[in-house]
Design a protein around this ligand. Structure first.
Ligand SMILES: [Zn+2]
Length: 101
């Protein structure tokens, strides 16, 4: 019985330790590896763990990239400010200069 309790506590702590990595993977982050590496090597320092969690929770996901606030029609991004269609290579609207990212 004591062994089982110890195992449950151990797994709980292990899950808590790797929470940032789990969050990053669950969110479908485009690149979860920096989060996992920082989590693994620096998670034991409280600061490293918080940094990893922030990275995992804030990482841009595939869904954000394709279905975010930027409507796309073919190879063009519609400017949210002036509705001008800009080529996807532009980072700023060619008419009003607002950020397309
Ligand atoms: Zn614009």
């Amino acid at each position: 019985m004591e062994g089982i309790v110890a195992l449950v506590i151990f797994l709980g702590l292990l899950g808590l330790y790797f929470l940032p990595s789990i969050v990053a993977l669950n969110r479908g982050a485009k690149n979860p590896f920096p989060t996992i590496i920082i989590n693994f090597f620096f998670g034991w320092t409280f600061v490293g763990w918080v940094v990893a969690l922030a990275m995992g929770a804030g990482a841009r996901t595939r869904d954000d990239f394709f279905a975010g606030t930027r409507p796309r029609t073919g190879d063009y991004i519609v400017c949210p400010q002036c509705s001008l269609e800009n080529w996807t290579g532009y980072k700023e609207c060619q008419k009003c200069g607002s950020s397309l990212w």
